[in-house]
Write a protein that binds this ligand. Structure first.
Ligand SMILES: NC(=O)c1ccc[n+]([C@@H]2O[C@H](COP(=O)([O-])OP(=O)(O)OC[C@H]3O[C@@H](n4cnc5c(N)ncnc54)[C@H](OP(=O)(O)O)[C@@H]3O)[C@@H](O)[C@H]2O)c1
Length: 337
């Protein structure tokens, strides 16, 4: 059984193609033949050995993947052979707050991930594929899509007519755009690329700002929203952009702290949170029951994830370099078999 492994000394050129023993499902486990996997920014950090909490031991790469059930172990009741399934980013987190769950642990570091011909998961860490999605589309959902869903819908309780601010056109932001529009919200989005801004307009974004040529983008957000400000922010920029997000937040609006694409250091004046009555929350993907709720919405609406490019899984280094370039618009996917 072939797999891609991440190990010291790290780096894209140090990725290892390894042969692992055949797997047999134990009690409560399902054996999955992986058909597609997708890349997240986190995978790049793990490959390069710079993830906060980088595992010491070698592990199979990637949190996100989808495939068919090949065999089930004793006591499995949720799935049968032949079912189309997706692995959950967090194994051992079914519902409720992450802080109240002592068993949650992510795939693709430290747990072995999805970039292998076969994967063994507990049936509690697997969800059914939305029926209308291809393998490639289904494989994009576990991390970026669920993060966007949790921020806006699961936790954020987004209402029709509200304003949403999305930073950049990465995987999380594009899913958030689709979920926001699905719920009747209006979206302002920033990007460093005029070409990507035009594509975001075509997808339905109302406000378009180039954050390179408009460094004071918060003023532009206020102009676009006629002084109202935004009700929800998906903060993927990190500490440096957080202060700007606060300045264009509607009173009692919500900021979801998600990423740190603009760097991990910066200064934030907490009094701005008080003045705006802001609600600030950290998002760490989400539990299985939120993944299932998201999939119901995807199925009911017929939504399809946006895919930038699909690579053969043996071309993982090339796919990672493409993600690292920031040229992608949509998910970067790997096809197996
Ligand atoms: N907390 C969680 O649960 C969670 C889950 C998923 C991801 N994340 C984090 O969220 C962030 C985004 O992840 P992703 O998968 O969406 O990444 P991605 O697909 O690699 O996004 C890359 C895009 O982000 C935009 N970007 C880069 N630097 C930026 C900056 N300083 N300000 C605004 N936008 C910037 C660029 O968009 P343009 O080309 O349009 O400029 C770039 O193309 C990462 O930091 C990731 O670690 C966190």
């Amino acid at each position: 059984m072939k797999a891609w492994q991440i190990a010291a000394p790290f780096g894209i050129d140090a990725l290892q193609q390894v042969e692992r023993p055949q797997l047999t499902p134990g009690p409560q486990q399902v054996l999955i033949r992986v058909r597609a996997a997708s890349l997240n920014y986190r995978d790049l950090e793990l490959v390069e050995g710079r993830y906060q909490g980088q595992p010491d031991q070698p592990f199979i790469a990637l949190s996100d993947g989808a495939g068919e059930v090949l065999a089930v172990g004793a006591g499995v009741s949720r799935f049968a052979v032949g079912d189309r399934v997706i692995g959950c980013f967090w194994q051992g987190w079914q519902a409720g707050p992450l802080g109240a769950c002592s068993t949650a642990i992510p795939l693709g570091g430290p747990l072995d991930g999805m970039l292998a011909e076969q994967v063994l998961l507990d049936e509690s860490g697997v969800v059914a594929c939305p029926a209308h999605l291809s393998w490639e589309e289904a494989a994009t959902l576990p991390c970026a899509a669920l993060t966007a869903w949790q921020a806006l819908i699961g936790e954020g309780q987004l209402k029709a007519g509200e304003w949403v601010l999305l930073q950049g056109s990465g995987g999380v932001s594009l899913f958030a755009l689709q979920f926001a529009l699905m719920h009747g919200a209006r979206v302002v989005v920033t990007s460093s690329s005029e070409d990507k801004l035009q594509r975001l307009a075509t997808l339905g974004a109302t406000g378009l700002i180039n954050y390179r040529t408009t460094p004071d983008w918060h003023d532009e957000v206020l102009r676009i929203t006629a002084g109202h400000g935004v009700d929800h922010v998906l903060e993927v920029g990190g500490p440096r952009s957080f202060a700007q997000s606060l300045q264009c937040l509607h009173p009692s609006g919500q900021i979801n702290v998600i990423g740190y694409l603009g760097g991990q250091q910066g200064e934030i004046n907490p009094l701005l949170i008080l003045q705006r009555n802001a609600r600030v929350r950290g998002i760490a993907v989400g539990p299985r029951n939120a993944f299932e709720a998201m999939n119901r919405a995807i199925e009911a609406s017929g939504m399809r994830p946006l895919i930038d490019s699909t690579y053969d899984w043996l071309d993982l280094p090339e796919a990672l370099r493409h993600l690292a370039s920031g040229a992608h618009f949509g998910k970067v996917v790997l096809r197996l078999g």
